[in-house]
Write a protein that binds this ligand. Structure first.
Ligand SMILES: [Fe+2]
Length: 171
C-alpha cells in the first residue's frame, strides 16, 4: 500500500465553468465550510448533462482529473471518464469525499480489505446522473464508466484535500 498526491490536468482555475461559481465560493470562504455546507453547495450545482460533458476534460488514455480548487481545507475536482475508464481501487486516507454524477451513468465497486492487504469486492452500485454519494476515510472503492450511456462526468469535493491509498484486487 502506498500514499501519494495526485497530479491534475486541465486549464487554470480561473477558467472554471460558471456553473461551479457558487460551490467554489463556498469552498473559498475564510471560515472553512462544514461538511453539511459543502454537501448542500454540491446539491445546488445547477447544470445540464450536456453542459457538464462540454465543460469536462477527457483523455483517450485514462480518466481526466481537473483540479478546480485546492486549499488547506478542501479540494474540488471535475473528472471526465470515457467508456471503459475507471479509477484504481483506493481509499481516501482521512478525507471525506463527496461526489455527484453530472452526466452519464457510472458504477461504484466497494471493497473490503483482507488482513493480507488485498481488496475483495463486496458490492457494485449504479451511479446515475444526479446521484450524490459520499465516501469517508477508510471506505475502499473504485469508480468506473461502463459506457452504457456515453461519457461520465463527476464532480468531487474532498475535505481535507485528497491523498489516496491504493489496493490490489485479490486474484
Ligand atoms: Fe474515491
Amino acid at each position: 500500500m502506498k500514499t501519494f498526491p495526485l497530479e491534475s490536468v486541465g486549464p487554470p482555475v480561473e477558467n472554471a465553468p460558471p456553473f461551479l461559481d457558487e460551490l467554489l465560493e463556498v469552498c473559498r470562504r475564510p471560515q472553512p465550510a462544514t461538511d453539511e455546507e459543502l454537501l448542500a453547495a454540491l446539491r445546488r450545482v445547477d447544470v445540464s448533462a450536456a453542459e457538464a460533458v462540454a465543460s469536462a476534460m477527457f483523455d483517450v488514455e485514462h480518466y481526466s482529473r481537473w483540479t478546480l480548487l485546492k486549499t488547506d481545507h478542501v479540494q474540488v475536482l471535475l473528472i471526465g471518464w470515457l467508456a471503459g475508464q475507471g479509477s484504481a481501487i483506493h481509499d481516501h486516507s482521512g478525507s471525506l469525499c463527496l461526489f455527484r454524477v453530472l452526466a452519464g451513468c457510472g458504477a461504484e465497486m466497494r471493497y473490503r480489505i483482507r488482513p493480507d492487504g488485498k481488496a475483495v469486492q463486496e458490492s457494485v452500485v449504479e451511479l446515475p446522473t444526479g446521484e450524490i454519494a459520499a465516501s469517508r476515510d477508510a471506505d475502499v472503492h473504485r469508480v468506473f464508466n461502463p459506457g452504457v450511456s456515453g461519457p461520465l462526468v463527476t464532480l468531487h469535493v474532498y475535505t481535507p484535500p485528497l491523498n489516496m491509498n491504493y489496493y490490489e484486487e485479490v486474484e
